[in-house]
Design a protein around this ligand. Structure first.
Ligand code: OGA
Ligand code: NI
Length: 349
């Protein structure tokens, strides 16, 4: 199928008087905000001290918090992660500055064809596809050999240096978190981190959600779960937007400015044979405030197969997922069609 890009939302806002049809979600698609409804409740997302998790003797308390966060919610927040509040603000600042540049300037970094790296918005797979109300810059940071520096902004001047440092900090955090996850499943320390690889496999996505006069019609991101092992989310400090599905109810993600929000992705759900849940989430749009977020998706090395760990398969918990490779390539098309990719991995008996 031919893939083609479309206008950025910033251009739509300048050029169009009404929200174009392609951005309008129908109620039956699910997840569309209901006009005048009271906003969903705030989700109580456990806050975990990363320094305690990385100690060789994890305290029983932190451990229990982690496990219960993951098998019920699929997300948690970490503090004491080694990045200062000032540094997190710097990341938010370079993101805002990049998206504030003139459209022509940003187009130097435009994603080409079906490459995933670069600036732009949704890859369009079908005519009927609903578009997300967001512009983004998507960059591979690890392995370093896959970096395409021609997509790394030169403005603001500190962008590349700051991103490089952010990626290195996240790399260390990722390894610590993956180890803690495997330990809390009663598995060997390095089961997940071996898949992620020594050099790591990480893509960083800078998201920009322009305001929309009709937030009841559009979504910043359709309901989805991430195709990653785990995802780090650095949220906007002031403007909310992220929501999580728990049971069949939506909840608002709390903003804890200095914390990093971590979601379990589909691949950890598969590897853990469904013990850990990959959380479904979406982003709603503010009527007059823009919102940014920076998301780091951590993957297994692309040539590695994933499947539920044998130790987590038994009579009481039969194997739920089949063996797969390159799972993230499957997800994009499914996402645009509004389906969860993990459905493709399920074994139906
Ligand atoms: C994502 C995502 C959340 C946000 O990019 O996959 O879920 O707050 N982002 O932008
Ligand atoms: Ni997501």
């Amino acid at each position: 199928m031919e893939l083609f890009g479309c206008k950025t939302v910033q251009e739509v806002l300048i050029q169009e008087e009404q929200v174009p049809e392609k951005y309008i979600h129908k109620v039956e698609d699910g997840g569309v905000p209901v006009p005048d409804a009271s906003p969903p409740q705030l989700l109580d997302v456990p806050v975990i001290d990363l320094a305690l998790l990385s100690a060789s003797s994890i305290t029983a308390d932190e451990f229990e918090k982690l496990r219960s966060a993951l098998d019920t919610l699929g997300c948690f927040q970490v503090i004491n992660h080694g990045m200062s509040p000032e540094f997190l603000d710097e990341i938010r600042e370079i993101t805002k500055q990049f998206f504030a540049r003139p459209v022509e300037d940003k187009k130097k970094y435009l994603r080409q064809g079906n490459d995933i790296q670069g600036y732009g918005n949704d890859v369009v797979h079908t005519e009927q596809q609903n578009l997300d109300w967001t512009d983004r810059l998507y960059l591979t940071v690890f392995p370093q050999g896959n970096r395409k520096l021609n997509f790394w902004p030169e403005n603001p001047e500190s962008f590349r240096r700051t991103l490089d440092q952010f990626a290195m900090e996240l790399h260390v955090i990722t390894k610590t978190v993956l180890k803690a996850l495997t330990r809390s499943l009663g598995l060997e320390d390095n089961c997940f981190s071996d898949l992620y690889g020594e050099e790591g496999n990480m893509n960083i996505r800078f998201n920009f959600y322009p305001p929309c006069p009709r937030p009841d019609l559009v979504l910043g991101l359709k309901p989805h779960s991430d195709s990653s092992l785990i995802t780090h989310v650095l949220q906007d400090k002031e403007v909310e937007g992220l929501q999580f599905l728990k049971g069949d109810e939506w909840f608002r993600a709390p903003i804890v400015p200095d914390a990093l929000l971590i979601n379990v992705g589909d691949q950890v759900e598969i590897l853990s044979n469904g013990v850990f849940k990959s959380v479904v989430h979406k982003v709603v749009i503010h009527p007059d405030k823009e919102r940014i977020s920076v998301v780091a998706l951590c993957y297994p090395e692309s040539y590695k197969h994933i499947e539920p760990f044998e130790r987590l398969v038994d009579e009481s918990r039969p194997r739920l997922y089949r063996k797969m490779k390159n799972y993230r390539d499957i997800i994009m098309e499914n996402y645009q069609k509004g389906r969860r990719a993990i459905e493709e991995a399920k074994i139906y008996v």
